[in-house]
Design a protein around this ligand. Structure first.
Ligand code: VGL
Ligand code: ZN
Length: 212
């Protein structure tokens, strides 16, 4: 697919490119580090870039360790719906919460930290998992006149997909650069997320090298 970028309306949103989501990290996504060079190159194409950073207090309710007897990757009901439990990851200010050391996006002007409320997880860059509490990103994008959101990062089937679907819900055009994402793929979560993104009107782009 050939898409011509427009610096006045387009923004690159780089999701959760953090040490804990890369091989060797607490919630490692296979090949998570392999997309860093491509994301760095994408960064040179966009005048506007936003990063997200998963940023949990220790003892966060999305951690299996906060639920005695529960293991990572099982689920529990939370007041806002079913929540997958994760290994402890991206604890505020810990080495695992840092951006991958090779990530170089000097043009990025905003970092959205999410998942900082102890009782609620936040996959999306726009809303917490109650689907209702905003992060402020929509307002930022609107005030900057940005209309088309290009997403990449980790993980395709969780934070990237939730962010892309919420971007559509908030009235932005949304494009997911699949070759600059990697998935967790828990019990078919990648194909489910892909279908939900398509239904929401998200454009999935296979070769982001074609972005001109
Ligand atoms: C993520 C699970 C838990 C993600 C964050 O970035 O996709 N997944 N926290
Ligand atoms: Zn998290």
């Amino acid at each position: 697919m050939s898409i011509t970028l427009d610096n006045t309306t387009d923004v690159l949103v780089v999701i959760d490119m953090q040490v804990d989501f890369c091989p060797g990290g607490a919630l490692a996504v296979a090949g998570g580090d392999a997309i860093v060079p491509l994301i760095n190159r994408l960064g040179t194409r966009f005048a506007q870039q936003v990063l997200t950073q998963d940023w949990h207090p220790s003892g966060h309710r999305s951690f299996a360790s906060s639920h005695p007897g529960k293991s990572p990757f099982s689920t529990v009901p939370m007041p806002y719906g079913e929540q997958t439990l994760w290994p402890d990851h991206c604890v505020q200010d810990s080495p695992g919460a840092a951006f991958h050391p090779a990530l170089k996006l000097p043009g990025a002007q905003l970092v959205i930290r999410k998942g900082f409320r102890p009782g609620i997880d936040s996959y999306s860059a726009f809303f917490e998992n109650d689907r209702n509490t905003p992060t402020g990103l929509s307002g930022y994008l609107r005030e900057r006149g940005l209309k088309r959101v290009f997403l990449c990062g980790l993980a395709t089937d969780f934070c990237v997909a939730y962010s892309a679907i919420d971007a559509r819900r908030q009235g932005f055009a949304a494009f997911v650069l699949l070759d600059a994402c990697r998935a967790i793929d828990l019990d078919g979560s990648l194909s489910a997320a892909t279908a939900r993104m398509r239904d929401a009107g998200v454009t999935l782009i296979g070769d982001s090298g074609l972005l001109g």
